[in-house]
Design a binder for this molecule. Structure first.
Ligand SMILES: *[C@@H]1O[C@H](CO)[C@@H](O)[C@H](O)[C@H]1NC(C)=O
Ligand SMILES: *[C@@H]1O[C@H](CO)[C@@H](O)[C@H](O)[C@H]1NC(C)=O
Ligand SMILES: *[C@@H]1O[C@H](CO)[C@@H](O)[C@H](O)[C@H]1NC(C)=O
Length: 743
């Protein structure tokens, strides 16, 4: 049985804990403290840390602070984790006219962006005595006033509440008057003087009375007013107000100087006894500043502006007194109507000025408090932001809203938001307030650097200068700052036994490529590079691109003769041509190559020097040496040819080669002739022309002499015509001499 009881106890307690826990989550549970007013500054109010179930030091770690707008009455002692008063609290100042003085304290946990509501009740102490507005009041009463007639007395005010406020009135002992205490609609007590026994001015013209008001505090306090009753000569009629209560409702924005209403009291006496003077009788200090009563006309005027938010109703007591001193009173009620004269207000309580672009949806970026001082629809506010923005507003505790991320952010698209929160009330006309929350989106390294192309090609002439720049690659990165700071590098590998880095280098900052060596087209024609660009983010992102460097040929190689070569291998080194060779006979072929390529390696052949002109020709592009006619007996046996081989470069390079052709039918024949051929070839080569010239000159001279002689003979024969006839027939038969001119 006992066991069962315990079980239920435990369950009950657990249930309570769960319930409390869930209430905390929603922020519905409020912590309630109470403290008497007029405590010293720094007085303990409540142990917040304990009531939130936290270690005292945890509060400061979580960045707890009090955020309630307006005057701060409390502060947080983060060391002890308790709430203390920030100054001496005067309940009558803070909650004037309010019976239960509750102060709301909002506690913000900066770290959790969470609000807790606390409620502190300030308990009244009896620190105010009842007080009359004036110390002395004079009342004039006609001597023939009938017993039972009532006269209003000033009432006292005690700003305390409950038993500490005004409880009752007491009148000093006397023979003519008694006190009657009335209760108003609001529970306020009004003292009245009641005439008990007829007065006689001739017996006693002035009565001194003392009115005492006391409260119910412990100890009780009291206030007094002296009342002087003047007994007047006959004045039969007291003034009578046309209404016992005058009421009017006015909008709070009524301009100063407006007439609110007019009170009217009539007195049927004649002369001074029938002239009514109006005045306030009971009016609080605030109302006496706002309203003015024209003593002659009874007009109630507005002299100060009204504010619904300050006071919604004013209640005043007025009196009309005739010249004879008789008076009556009436009440004036002025109800203030709310006008939508206060725009909603927004207070940004907590806010981060920048947010990383990868923040997940739901991240809180700002906490706002919205309020409107107007009442009803005029004070009913709605809060909105543009739906184009990737943010949304979420209602959190009470009139707090959190601005949270709704959709993913991208700094590369929008790097800065200026969120405009519009708060609108429901009044007529609608009033709204815009609050701007600037939000910077912080960069995250979410973009790799990007080369504009997938691959690059670069060209460079061989024999380049060392250190010359070859090419430049550029990548871009849409991120910012170090996330967009790019570093270029080349992947190294071994090329022809040498590491690539000894051929090419890259400026890691600019992406400019430099040749570290002079390239040789004949060694290799292209280079494959892989260039990597890396940004400075954490972690860094990179991308690759390939670059092919083509080396362009230059005409830096002269043609090289492969055949014929100098006879180093024991061969004769001469070409044979049979004596009987026909025209076009292929004697030999000059074979040459060029290390360059293209035009630079396109070879052409031509004869530079020959022993016998016109005997041989060389194919312009084939290099084939052919005879151009048959050999004659007078042709030398040994023919020397010099062939020039040139390439088509700019400028062209050339090489020469000598070819010796021996005209013979067999090898032995050559060998026997070889020794004496040597000199002849040289002779024919160099002196032939000279001998020919001499021979021609000699022959020409002889012919000239012969002609001269012939002419002389002819002249002799003209004298003897017969002889001339026969000699001219002989002359015709002389054959012409062969004429040999120089080549
Ligand atoms: C006051 O009331 C009386 C009686 O109703 C009326 O005759 C008189 O005209 C009123 N006076 C004013 C100023 O309204
Ligand atoms: C946000 O926008 C408002 C209105 O356009 C402007 O007044 C304010 O200066 C802007 N704030 C920033 C930080 O740009
Ligand atoms: C770039 O190339 C390097 C070396 O080949 C490799 O390790 C890296 O993964 C490549 N990076 C990308 C983004 O392709």
């Amino acid at each position: 049985m006992i066991f069962l009881q315990r079980f239920w106890d435990c369950r009950g307690r657990m249930l309570l804990c769960c319930l409390l826990g869930s209430l905390w989550e929603t922020g519905a549970l409020q912590i309630h403290y109470s403290i008497p007013e007029e405590m010293e500054k720094g007085s303990f109010v409540g142990d917040i840390a304990k009531d939130l179930g936290l270690e005292p030091r945890k509060l400061s770690e979580l960045g707890a602070r009090i955020v309630s707008g307006g005057k701060q009455h409390f502060t947080l002692n983060v060391r002890s984790g308790s709430l203390v008063t920030a100054d001496r609290l005067d309940r009558e100042k803070i909650c004037f006219g309010i019976s239960i003085c509750l102060l709301n304290v909002e506690l913000l946990m900066e770290d959790k962006v969470k609000i807790y509501g606390l409620e502190v009740e300030v308990i009244d102490i009896n620190d105010n005595a009842p007080r009359f507005r004036t110390d002395e009041v004079e009342i004039k009463i006609n001597e023939n006033a009938a017993p039972g007639l009532r006269f209003g007395l000033p009432s006292a005010k005690d700003p305390d509440v409950g038993v500490n406020s005004l409880q009752n009135y007491q009148l000093s002992q006397n023979n003519h008057f008694s006190l009657n205490v009335l209760s108003g609609i609001d529970g306020i007590k009004y003292p009245e003087l009641v005439l008990e026994r007829a007065l006689d001015r001739e017996e006693e013209s002035v009565h001194h009375l003392l009115l005492k008001a006391w409260d119910g505090g412990e100890p009780g306090l009291s206030g007094t007013a002296r009342i002087r009753v003047l007994v007047l000569d006959a004045n039969d009629n007291a003034p009578v107000f046309t209404q016992s209560v005058y009421s009017v409702s006015v909008p709070e924005n009524l301009p100063k100087g407006s007439r609110l209403l007019r009170v009217n009291a009539t007195d049927s006496d004649e002369g001074v006894n029938g002239e009514v003077i109006y005045s306030f009788r009971n009016i609080d200090d605030k109302a006496s500043e706002i309203f003015q009563l024209d003593s002659q006309t009874g007009q109630l005027l507005l002299v100060e502006s009204l504010d619904y938010e300050e006071s919604k109703i004013y209640e005043m007591e007025i009196q009309g007194q005739d010249g004879g001193g008789l008076m009556t009173s009436a009440k004036v009620l002025v109800r203030i109507l709310d006008v939508n004269d206060n725009a909603p207000e927004v207070m940004v309580t907590s806010f981060t000025s920048s947010v990383p672009e990868n923040s997940p949806p739901g991240t809180v970026v700002a906490l706002l408090k919205v309020y409107d001082r107007d009442a009803g629809d005029n004070g009913h506010v709605t809060c909105s932001i543009s739906d184009q923005l990737p943010f949304k507003l979420e209602k959190s505790y009470a009139n707090y809203y959190s601005l949270v991320i709704d959709r993913a952010l991208d700094r590369e698209q929008i790097s800065m938001y200026n969120v405009t929160v519009t708060v609108t009330d429901q009044g007529t006309p609608l009033l709204s307030t815009d609050t701007h929350i600037p939000l910077q989106v912080e960069d995250i390294n979410d973009n790799s650097p990007n080369f504009g192309q997938t691959s690059y090609s670069a060209y460079i002439h061989e024999n380049n200068a060392r250190g010359s720049s070859i090419y430049s690659v550029t990548a871009s990165d849409p991120d910012t700052k170090e996330n967009a700071q790019l570093t270029y590098s080349i992947s190294d590998y071994i090329l022809h036994g040498v590491s690539l880095s000894s051929y090419i280098s890259i400026n890691s900052e600019t992406g400019v490529l430099y040749a570290l060596r002079s390239f040789d087209y004949e060694q290799f024609r292209d280079l494959q590079l892989q260039i990597t660009v890396k940004d400075g983010g954490d972690p860094p992102l990179s991308s690759n691109v390939s670059l092919t460097l083509f080396i362009l040929d230059q005409n830096d190689n002269a043609p090289e003769i492969l055949y014929p070569t100098f006879p180093t291998d024991g061969s004769t080194g001469v070409e044979l041509a049979p004596r009987s060779a026909e025209s076009g006979y292929l004697v030999t072929k000059v074979v040459a190559v060029d290390g360059d390529s293209g035009q630079n390696a396109w070879l052409s052949y031509r004869l530079l020097k020959v022993t016998e002109p016109g005997l041989f020709s060389v194919g312009l592009h084939t290099g084939e040496i052919r005879t151009t006619r048959t050999f004659l007996d007078k042709d030398a046996l040994k023919q020397s040819l010099v062939v020039a081989v040139a390439d088509n470069g700019e400028p062209p390079l050339s090489t020469t080669v000598s070819v010796t052709v021996v005209v013979a039918d067999s090898i032995p024949e050559i060998l026997s002739d070889l020794s004496n051929l040597e000199t002849t070839v040289h002779l024919e080569d160099e002196s032939l022309t000279l001998y020919l010239v001499i021979a021609i000159v000699v022959i020409s001279s002889l012919f000239f002499i012969f002609i001269v002689v012939l002419l002389v003979i002819k002249l002799r024969y003209r004298q003897n015509s017969r002889q001339l006839q026969s000699s001219s027939g002989q002359l015709k038969n002389i054959p012409p001499s062969p004429v040999c001119g120089p080549r």
